[in-house]
Design a protein around this ligand. Structure first.
Ligand code: MLT
Length: 408
């Protein structure tokens, strides 16, 4: 008799973004003809820079000829040229990263869900609260969640990110083994300083913990004093791995391409340096056949001097949207955070209203869709996330509608 993985029954609710889409659809069915404005999911909307398109077309063309056709790669870790281009970027920031530490993938989301599978089930997991839901859900599915009391999982350690601590957590108050940190942060838009990351690196080294650092929004950092990688912190290669993506940097949310850096030096309680890297290699070789060769050509173009200029122009475009949202909301007295070195605006709901109630209010009164903060964790209650991805004219319309129609 077949049975299911019962841990799925322990998941709190539907995945956040399909739930939002469902509610928006229900609203449209009840109110036909209304144009809703979507500042919910962080999904790119701008056409790709021409250098990336040209290189991907070349990639397609290669598949059209016997002489240049390629099928499966020799391994699932990515083209050597792409791994080198990614590692070069880290080395340019002074990080001691080798080409062979880079594992190209089809995106940061699958990597951030899958990475936990190479660690023991009895590891205690710490997450920022609020956090990107994949970290919690993937660990619950694996069986590390413990009981759900309707708000929290008893088996996880929540590190509160609040207005008081600038949305970056204090060190865990008990011993933990795996620590998820996302900076620039989704959802709060806060960016960790070097000093803040150093404290976590020191903690991880002292406790033989591993930091899983999600840097998917690093390209949105414009303040040169802020770290774009945890490997800019001395000692981090022995206690951290890093996940990143071309999704938000190069507009590849649909193309699909990302990478994880698993340094050779990374060690754990029962893993000498090299072991964790070997496990990830083994996991990927068994369960993944490599990213699309067309996407990888695009990734190489995105990291070239011309390509990265094109990507930067698109990032500037989204960050102008962020400014419009931030200033537009501040004008009507809403308290907003983030949106300076990150494409997310984290706002305090008026009167700290329940996040889902505010979702309904915003949708009904202004026809704007956003993301309820509580969907990212209990400390997101009373907060709400707006995304800066979108066409500026739509973002402007959305902000004007909030200014005009939101009853606060
Ligand atoms: C988000 O809106 O949080 C992101 O788009 C989700 C993702 O990158 O998977």
């Amino acid at each position: 008799m077949a049975t299911i993985n019962g841990n799925y029954n322990n998941l709190a609710a539907g995945y956040l973004f399909p739930e939002i889409a469902k509610r928006a659809k229900a609203f449209l069915e009840k109110n036909p003809g209304i144009q809703i404005m979507r500042l919910g999911i962080g999904d790119t909307t701008h056409p790709l820079p021409k250098e990336l398109i040209a290189r991907m077309k070349e990639g397609v063309e290669k598949l059209a000829h016997k002489e240049t056709y390629t099928g499966y790669a020799d391994n699932s870790f990515g083209m050597a040229r792409l791994r080198k281009a990614i590692a070069d970027r880290y080395r340019g920031w002074g990080c001691p990263i080798h080409d062979t530490d880079i594992f190209v993938s089809d995106g940061a989301k699958p990597d951030s869900a899958n990475i936990q599978s190479i660690f023991g089930l009895n590891n205690v997991v710490a997450v920022q609260d609020p956090a990107y839901p994949v970290y919690v859900d993937s660990n619950v599915i694996a069986g590390r969640g413990g009981t759900w009391d309707g708000i929290r999982y008893a088996g996880l350690v929540y590190m509160p990110c609040t207005e008081e601590n600038g949305f970056f957590p204090a060190l865990p108050d008990k011993k933990v083994d795996l620590i998820y940190i996302c900076s620039p942060n989704n959802p709060t838009g806060a960016v960790a300083t070097k000093e803040q990351l150093k404290a976590f690196v020191d903690y991880a080294i002292a406790n033989k913990a591993v930091i899983i650092f999600d840097a998917a929004y690093a390209a949105y950092i414009s303040d040169p004093s802020l770290p774009k990688s945890i490997f800019q912190i001395k000692g981090a290669t022995s206690c951290a791995l890093e996940i990143n993506s071309f999704s938000k940097e190069a507009g590849f949310t649909g193309v699909r391409l990302g990478w994880t850096v698993v340094p050779q030096e990374l060690a754990a309680e029962d893993a000498v340096p090299g072991k964790i890297q070997t496990l990830w290699m083994r996991r990927q070789n068994t369960m993944f056949n490599g990213a699309s060769n067309i996407a990888q050509e695009g990734g190489i173009a995105a990291l070239s001097p011309e390509g990265s200029k094109g990507c930067k122009a698109v990032i500037d475009y989204y960050m102008n949207n962020a400014r419009i949202i931030k200033q537009g909301l501040e004008k009507i007295g809403i308290k907003v955070f983030g949106g300076i070195n990150a494409p997310y605006i984290w706002l305090q709901t008026p009167g700290k209203m329940d996040s889902w109630q505010f979702f309904d209010k915003l949708l009904t009164e202004t026809h704007v869709v956003g993301t309820p903060g509580v969907g990212f964790g209990p400390n997101g209650q009373g907060y709400f996330r707006l995304s800066a991805f979108g066409h500026t004219e739509n973002v402007q319309k959305a902000v004007e509608s909030v200014q005009k129609n939101l009853k606060i």
